[in-house]
Ligand binder design. Structure first.
Ligand code: MN
Length: 234
């Protein structure tokens, strides 16, 4: 018997893949919190890896936007920030994966922007509330085409982004506090990682506010390029 629905089911969220006609169907969106020392410091929350573990938040896959889009300046914020990040795409399932086996889960990489209502995120953080209104913003998870490189650990390479041609964020993947295998090992303690899970690996220093009309360009060595334009406020 064919299943019927009251209204059209939500779309499958997906991304283009370099060199392929098939698109990558997206499952979940995971985000690593403070994962570069200089960004942790600028947020007033330095990280001591000897006594801390990574932390995460998630966004709905419906927040996904492809590189090249124009998105509205979102409602209920006066401090909409860019966070440029390396995105890891999982291609093979894994649960309680060792660091040594972690590369087997890697499908490829992309550039990402973890757009953030910073004012609301900081209120939530300081009051001990969930981050959703600050982070799970409609059209806030921007991702470039996926670059396939199964099994490859990206452990160095420049990450850089600019707003209206002026450089804002610049770092190197070698400065990740928890590297790619360590993140897979840790996150897979909590989740059965699935093909199509995307992990935004954290932003370096230089996050900052955007205005309607701003144009963002960024790239990560080996993981392609990303563009985003900020449209008028909704
Ligand atoms: Mn982020």
């Amino acid at each position: 018997m064919t299943t019927t629905y009251l209204w059209a089911p939500p779309p499958v969220h997906s991304l283009p893949v370099r060199g392929k006609a098939e698109r990558l169907p997206v499952h979940r969106l995971f985000f690593v919190g403070r994962n570069y020392h200089a960004h942790a410091a600028e947020m007033g929350r330095p990280v001591d890896k000897t006594v801390e573990v990574p932390f995460y938040f998630t966004k709905s896959p419906s927040t996904l936007v492809e590189s090249g889009a124009t998105v509205p300046y979102p409602p209920e914020t006066k401090n909409y920030h860019h966070e440029m990040e390396l995105v890891l795409a999982i291609g093979t399932p894994g649960f309680r994966v060792s660091r040594a086996d972690a590369p087997k889960l890697i499908y490829g990489y992309a550039c990402g922007l973890d757009m953030t209502r910073r004012d609301l995120q900081l209120v939530a953080r300081d009051k001990g509330r969930p981050w959703d209104l600050g982070k799970d913003v409609e059209q806030s998870s921007v991702v470039s085409e996926i670059v396939p490189m199964p099994g490859t650990v990206l452990d160095q390479g420049e990450l850089v982004m600019s707003v209206n041609g002026q450089e804002r964020q610049k770092s190197d993947l070698s400065k990740l506090i928890w590297n790619i295998p360590e993140l897979i090992e840790d996150l897979s303690k909590f989740y059965h990682l699935q093909p199509g899970d995307l992990i935004f690996t954290g932003t370096p220093e230089g996050v900052g506010p955007l205005q309607p009309g701003d144009r963002i360009e960024g790239r990560v060595a080996g993981a392609g390029e990303i563009r985003l334009a900020i449209g008028p406020a909704e």
